[in-house]
Ligand binder design. Structure first.
Ligand code: 5GP
Length: 177
């Protein structure tokens, strides 16, 4: 152990930058007169959220929520709970959830149900990546960056046991041999 694993770039920082810009254009078109509340799902979405919001030049508010799903392992336990909740009410607000990845969909569908109970005016989902081959429960992604293959990805905010979030590209770990 101790040595750095080999990464293969799946999505380069240039591709990500272009996609974030395209997503910001769509979101601006739909939300610029709505004073929306963007809720980032910690921790994985922080980099995406920061880049996206820098491009949204209209009135909006930002919140974060933290859920537990993976713990230290690479498999979803299916059990989700809110570790850090919202600081402001969302009733009557136009809410846009910002996710790093929708994998089994268990975390996101839990979150959307949890938020829907708080009676927002509207509730939509923006996800940077989607791994549909792993889905266990249906999730509608209103604004999607990339569909990714069934590989564990890291970088651009996404971690592996808290490591590799700093990578500017989205990568997967090259198998040995
Ligand atoms: P789900 O509940 O959809 O299975 O997974 C949700 C969470 O699992 C994501 O928000 C993310 O934190 C984590 N996750 C799922 N797939 C991946 C992956 O390929 N890479 C990383 N780094 N995290 C993942």
């Amino acid at each position: 152990m101790g040595s750095q694993p080999k990464f293969r770039i799946l999505l380069s920082s240039e591709e990500i930058e272009a996609k974030v810009k395209a997503l910001a254009d769509e979101i601006r078109r739909d939300y610029q007169d709505k004073h929306p509340l963007l809720i980032g799902v910690l921790k994985g979405s922080f980099m995406f959220m920061a880049d996206l919001i820098r491009l949204l030049d209209f009135p909006l508010e930002v919140e974060f929520i933290r859920l537990s799903s993976y713990g230290g392992s690479r498999e979803s336990s299916g059990k989700v709970r809110v570790v850090q909740g919202l600081r402001s009410p969302i009733k009557g607000r136009d809410v846009l959830v910002i996710e790093d990845i929708v994998d089994t969909g268990l975390t996101t569908s839990f979150l959307l149900d949890y938020l829907q109970k708080k009676i927002p005016a509207s509730l939509k989902l923006c996800a940077l990546t989607d791994k549909p081959s792993r889905r266990q429960t249906p999730v509608t992604i209103d604004y999607l960056g990339f569909t990714v293959p069934n590989k564990f990805i890291v970088g651009y905010g996404l971690d592996w046991d808290e490591k590799f979030r700093y990578l500017p590209d989205i990568c997967f770990i090259q198998e040995k041999g």
